[in-house]
Write a protein that binds this ligand. Structure first.
Ligand SMILES: [Zn+2]
Ligand SMILES: [Zn+2]
Length: 320
């Protein structure tokens, strides 16, 4: 996106009104003097014609904007060496002021600064409230009341499962694959149409250039792919063996567990992932899950200096 096509639609006559006799709509380039009274054109009072009324200057060769004669201020073409009114040399002349095309009116947004300040104030209050209620901490003393532990071993079975995946992600061992087309993603595609705006630029020599700026129009289109469903034989977790207790000697569950290492054959079972959770308790309703070294650092009934949440009194576990 962002590619813009710029196309010149050519040069057109600016218009001017005679300041001496009031004649209106004189041509900027081809009528340097009033057709009625012969009065000179004032280049700073040129204006753009109405949409659709512009007179095209065929084969216009643009050489630069008009310049004011340094002596008498009258406008001269940029190629002139001497003023045709007063004969003064055009050395040190200044280019005429350009006319800015009327832009489509955009309603100026009312500045409502107080809303911005109100919103910022509310956000600051909310942040302060969250900090005060949930983040603020203080030092305190807590007693370790218990060491708790939980150990789990996943029980897995090598079995057939039905899975679905995009065709390029289907595993090679998959069997009985059936697929259908469905939308996988979307992409932006050119419609072949364009949205265009036309700009008019005063060239300051009695003409303006009309420039068309166009950008392509895109639409979102679906990209389809094969969505496949297939059979797979793989290790699947079917159960969890769990042991838990209190004290500093945790043990792994061992009742009715399959071997840890089993050949992958249909219906075979094995032990899967092992997980351990170690918890320090501080009274009935406050506890921390901690690492093995932290868990063993403290003994039951030991008084511990910790950070606690100022609002709830809960131990900040990272301060252990
Ligand atoms: Zn006139
Ligand atoms: Zn002059």
């Amino acid at each position: 996106m962002g590619e813009q096509r710029v196309e010149s639609e050519g040069h057109f006559e600016m218009l001017w009104d005679c300041e001496h006799c009031g004649q209106k709509g004189l041509l900027g380039l081809s009528q340097r003097f009033c057709a009625e009274c012969g009065g000179p054109q004032n280049p700073v009072k040129r204006y753009f014609p109405k949409e659709g009324d512009a007179k095209k200057v065929e084969g216009h060769k643009y050489e630069g904007g008009d310049r004011h004669c340094p002596a008498c201020e009258k406008p001269m073409g940029t190629q002139c060496k001497n003023c045709t009114y007063c004969g003064a040399p055009m050395d040190g002349s200044k280019e005429v002021r350009g006319i800015v095309a009327a832009q489509p009116k955009v309603e100026p947004k009312k500045k409502r600064w107080w809303i911005l300040f109100l919103v910022l104030g509310i956000i600051a209050l909310v942040i302060l409230g969250i900090w005060y209620r949930f983040i603020r901490t203080k030092s305190a003393e807590r007693v370790v009341t218990a060491h708790k532990w939980t150990r789990e071993i996943a029980v897995e079975e090598f079995k057939q499962v039905r899975e679905s995946e995009w065709r390029d992600r289907v595993p090679r061992e998959a069997e009985g694959s059936t697929c259908y087309r469905k939308e996988r993603s979307r992409k932006q595609e050119k419609t072949g149409e364009e949205t265009c705006t036309t700009e008019r630029k005063d060239k300051k020599d009695g003409t303006f250039e009309q420039v068309k700026k166009c950008t392509p129009v895109y639409r979102s289109v679906p990209v389809e792919d094969d969505w496949c469903t297939y059979n797979m034989r793989k290790w699947v977790q079917i159960d969890t063996a769990k042991a838990s207790g209190v004290g500093i000697n945790p043990v792994w569950p061992d009742k009715g567990l399959p071997p840890a290492d089993t050949h992958a054959s249909f219906g075979a079972k094995r032990q899967g992932k092992k997980t351990e959770t170690l918890t320090l308790e501080f009274g009935a309703d406050d506890s921390c899950d901690v690492s093995d070294s932290t868990w063993r650092k403290y003994t039951d009934n030991q008084k511990v200096k910790v950070e606690v949440r100022a609002s709830s009194g809960d131990v900040v576990c990272s301060s252990l």
